[in-house]
Each structure stands twice: as structure tokens, then as C-alpha cells.
Write a protein that binds this ligand. Sequence first.
Ligand code: ADP
Ligand code: MG
Length: 737
Amino acid sequence: MSANVHKTLDEARRGERSVLAEAGAKEILQSFGIAVPRGCVVTDIDSVPAELSAPFVLKAVSATLIHKSDAGGVRVGLQRDELPGAATSMREGLARAGHALDGFLVEELAPAGVEVVVGAVRTAGVGWVVMVGLGGVFVEILQDVAFGVTPLSPAQIRDMLAELRGLPVLQGARGKAPADLDALVGLIARLTGSGGVLDAMPADITEIDLNPVIVSPSGAVAVDARFIVQKDNDASEPVPHGDPVPAREMPFEHLFSPQTIAVLGASGQGTNGGNLFIRNLIDYGFAGTIVPIHPSAESIEGIPAVVSLGEIDGVVDYAYVALPAAKVATALAAGAGRVRFAQVVSSGFAETAEGVDLQRALVDTMRSVGTRIIGPNCLGTHSSSGRLTFVPEAPSEQGRVAVISQSGGLSVDILRLGESRGLAFHSVTSIGNGSDVKAVELLEYLLDTPETTVVGLYLESLAAARDVLDLLVHRECSKPIVLLAGGRTADGSRAAMSHTGALSGNHRLWPALARQAGVELVDSLDEFINVLLAMDIADRSIATESFDAVLFGNGGGASVLAADALERNGLNTPTLPEPAIERLNGLGLPPGNGLLNPIDVPAGSLAVNRGGIAEDILRTILEFSSPAIVISHFNVGIIQRNLAETHGDVTGTLIEAIARARDSAARPCHHFLVLKTDGKPDTESQIRGYAKRALALRMPVFPELEDAATAARALLRHQAKVASRMSRSPQRSFEHA
Ligand code: ADP
Ligand code: MG
């Protein structure tokens, strides 16, 4: 930055101002190649240089005035001879309102165009958060804004602009000439890109608002610039945003397949969490060595105990620690150099104000002895191939879905609900406070291991999500990542001086981080499970290009609702081509069926010919159209109750017919199945059985159409992302903006 820029900043820091002088702020912008109006600051209005040409904008310069126009401190569109009169009345008006005037900023009028607000605010753990929106009611009333985090590439800025409902205004709605979007993208990139304005700002500049940037058909000009200085912000302290995790050895295979497990904190007499952990481990078929550590007990749960970790020969891959917080560090230090991973489930650490120092001390001690900590304040790690678990009656099936959770309780819910839906886990790791092993480190390992197909994240901290973003921008990754975020409510608590600050609640930041990282953000635990299931089971080698779906099932009303659910999720149900409809008409179905898409056929017709009709219908669909996905939905209650006696196992027959049609199709596409209940207990248990059969045929099964629709959206979106990443040129530089 130029010497002048440093002068501007120093002046602001010395003085009473909480805001940089507008002219100085604009000078900073200009030094980064951002267009600002030509202008000058004068105390004598007659001294405006001749090189500046009318029409002019006259603005008050005053340390006490932040929103100039609210107080009458801006006059737009003045001729040179109008300046003295306007200056006098502005000075008088502001004096009446109690503002002392230091002078005037006289600027040339920017070419007319659309007013856009571009703002940025520093956010703890995340870094600079950037907002863009259209000016006036769009931002203030409709809150039609898009968020991102730095550094932003021109492509990411375009993605943000594409989120604005008001974008057509910029593109030239109602016969107006389109605004120069490239210039706007370039301006935002110079502010937010790497090496841009935000990157260069010292830590005490905490908010920047360019309100407005005027985007005309011939360019983008920042006509107002507000840089907010926070005096109490220690300029020497770097603002934390995704500090890179120091490169360390990550032998996570020892965590997921431990040979020796030590248990600290199980009781010699009674039953506590440590004892239950040992029992669960044995029940789950853990085949390695379990060593209870206890100062006095001879044996625990029938296994000989050892006095301290120091007494064990060889390496402990995993120590499960359920001791009181204050005793953890000493007990683990006794095993210096021998314990690979210690899962500290104890609470009383940094989740409480009193435990912050204790956690720091624990981490420091463990760093010095070479043990990696998972937790504290967590529940445990479940690994199906390693037969390691912390829950009773743990899901036995070995699968490929890996989950990392910042919440212990939720990790149990994920295991249980997931199992009931047919999800087969590779692992579920609850990392609690994440004092040492971070979500991002585990994620990196799990993305690299061929034993997983998809990784689910439950995160509550934006800083952890920022780490994930920083990891993913540096690596190409086609394995899907599904993010369930806790704490997504609008938090209006921030006392912010800018729109950006006021609007940048967590509910906006999670989607921005997810979009930039290319992960699938979901809204609920159910959706998390649905999307994980779809990503795991679906054959992602099938290249899908569209968001076109075919709906097939029984029930007219259900079909209409199903089409609505798809539309809400951004999927289309295009009408089938004429030859397909002709062929379907020839199948001899009873009249009145919807055969255009949705295709609805009464259960009775589906039952005839042992599902032969269903197979014919699907074969026809797949021969004459190429949807990305076929979603078949059946009301199992109705089918079982009305047809079982006469036609036998209709649902099972239908599942097999779908699989046959799918497997013989020349153009493959995804197939999802929705098995709806009528709420009767026997139907529910039948559905569980059918779901198993369908999953064995690699067909994801969902309880409701809405579930299938959100999962389909996530799957197709992920595939589109991977496809576009592969086709995108590796170099997308600033110049192309
Ligand atoms: P405020 O402190 O009230 O935000 P601004 O500097 O943003 O003051 O000016 C108020 C309005 O005047 C802007 O929103 C814009 O519409 C218009 N304006 C300000 N400067 C210029 C300029 N140089 N060219 C064109 N319009 C301008
Ligand atoms: Mg303004």
C-alpha cells in the first residue's frame, strides 16, 4: 500500500473517528484498481479544480457524520455555479444538527446505473465475510443478499451474484441496458480476492462497506466507501481464520483398527461408563487386547488390570479415558511415547470457562509425549471394521459411510437412526471439543481412504467449517461430503455498523461456507441420513447431466404431491415423449391412469402378471427418455392389505421388476424407491424387510417422497459439481473477471 494509505489509517487511529475519511478510503480502493469517482476535498468551495467536470456531487466531510445523506450531507447533480449556494446551505443545515464541517468532498457524478452494496466484516474463526446485494429495498427490506468468505475467485463471485433474486435488474430487466457485470465481478475480486483490499487491511479495520457501487453499462464505480476502525481491536493480533493444521503424522488407521485398547476410569467394584465401554467392546466382538488401568483393582470386567499406562509393554493404539478432568493429563503422561490415540470422554474442559486452562495444559502435555487427543467432552469412536464401539448393541454391518461429529449425543442418534434406515457405517467419531484432533484432519484421512464412499460432518463451529473449506480448495475431491450444521439461527446480537454486519448471522454463513467448499448442506438429522444413504448406495459412476426425474407409483393424489415435492427441490418431471406415451397406452392399462409423468397406476394393475406391467412401464420410460433419476413410490399398506391374499408378495415383485428394468437399460440412470407406510405396526415391519431387499439390490429407500426428493437433489447436485469441476479449466485468473 502507498505511503498515503498508511497516513490515512494512522490518522484514523489517532483521531476520534471510528470511520476512515471517505476520500482516504477511496484512495485505498483506487490503489487496488477499484474505480472511484474523480474528486477532491476542499475547504473553499471556489477552489474546485478545473479538470473536474460537472455534474458534481457535493458531500460533507465531518468526523461526526457517518450516514451523510440522512443529515443532508449529500447533494447530487450540481453544476459548477450551483456549488457555492449548495455548500452554504449544507453547512448551515449540518450546523443546526450539531455537526462540525471539516470541508467538502466534491466528486464527479458517476454514470447512471444499478446501485449495488458490497460489504465485508471480520468474523471470529471465519475471517472476512463478504456480502453483496442490490441497493435500497433489496438489501434493507427484502434482505436479498448473498454471502461468501475470502478469498473469493471471480467464479465464486459469479455464484454469489447468481443467488440474488434481484439479478435480473442488473441483467437489464424491462428493456434497460444490461449493467456491466464483468466490471462488478472485477471490482469485488479486487476487494475480496487473494492480494485484494481485504487481505491487505490491518486487524483494526473490521468492516468495509461500499454502499453503493454504481454499475452502469460501461463499468462499476464505488461512489461511497466506509472503512470502520475498531480501536480496541489489537492490531498486532492476527485475526484467526482457519489456521493451517500443523503437518503431523496421522496414523488414523490405528484409531479405526486398534490392536490394544487401554481403558482408564472403569470401576473395580461398581459399574460406570468405563465398565460399560468394556462390555460394549466385548459384545461387539473386539478381537484385540483390552487393558483396564486401575491403581488398586486386580481385575475389571474379568480382565486383569494394570496399575498405570507406564506398566504396559508395547503400544496402546487407543486409550479410552473416563477419569475426572483434573486427573486425565497425569494418567496419560504415565504412558509417554506409548499411547497413539487417547479419547478423552471426560467433560470439565474448555466447554466451561473454568476448564479452558485445563484443556490447554492437557493438549500441551500430550503434544510433548506424542499422544493425539480426541475430545475431550465426547462419547467415543465407532469403527465397524475395527470392532471398536462405544454404544450398546452397536450396528454390526460393516459399511462405507464415515461420520465425524462435534456432538456426542448426536453421534449415537446418527448410528441408531442410520442403522434403522439401512445405513452401513465405516465409522462414527465424536470429537467433542476438538482440542487436538480436528474434524478437518479426520476428514482428510477419510477422504483418502478407499474404504469410505461418503463422509458426513456434524459441526457446530464455523471455524471448523472454515478449516474444511481451506482443505477442500486445495484438493480435488469427488467423494461427497454432507454437512449438518448446528446453530443456524439468525443471530441478531452483533452490534454492527454496516448492513453486512447486521445481516451476517450464522444462518447465512453456513450456506456460504458450504457452497464454496462444495459440500452438501442439510437441514435436519433425517435429511442427513437420507443424503448419506443416497450417496452411499447410488452408483455415482452413472453420469447424469439433467435434473429430470420420472415419477412412477400408485395413487393419483400421491403422484401429484410427489411432483410438487420434486419441484420444491429443483427437480423437473418433464412429460414423456410421444412414442413412450403411445407404447404405454398399448399396455392395456385400465383407463384414467396418468401416463405422462407422473405415471400413476393403481396397485391392482401393478399386481397383475407378477409385476410384469411395472417392468414394461419402466422399460418403456428408459427406452424413450433419459431422466437422471426414476423415483418409484408405493403405498405398502394398501398393497399388502388389498392384494396380498390374491396376488402374494406384490411389493417384493415390484422391487425386483424395477431392478430388472434398471439393469437392462441401455442408458443407465439412478433409481430411488419410496415405501410409504399406513402407520400400522405390521406394515412398518414389512417395510423394513422390503427396504433391506431393495438396498441389497443397491436401490436407496426412503419413507416419504420429500425424503427421496431432497436426497435426489443432493446427489444430482453433487454429480453436477464434480462434472463441472472436471470440465473447468484449471486456471481461472483474476484477469478473466
Ligand atoms: P451516505 O453517507 O448517505 O451513504 P453516499 O456517499 O452513499 O452517502 O451518497 C448518497 C447517495 O448519493 C448514493 O447512494 C448515490 O445514490 C448518490 N451518490 C453519491 N456519490 C455519487 C457519485 N459520485 N455519483 C453518482 N451518485 C452518487
Ligand atoms: Mg452510502
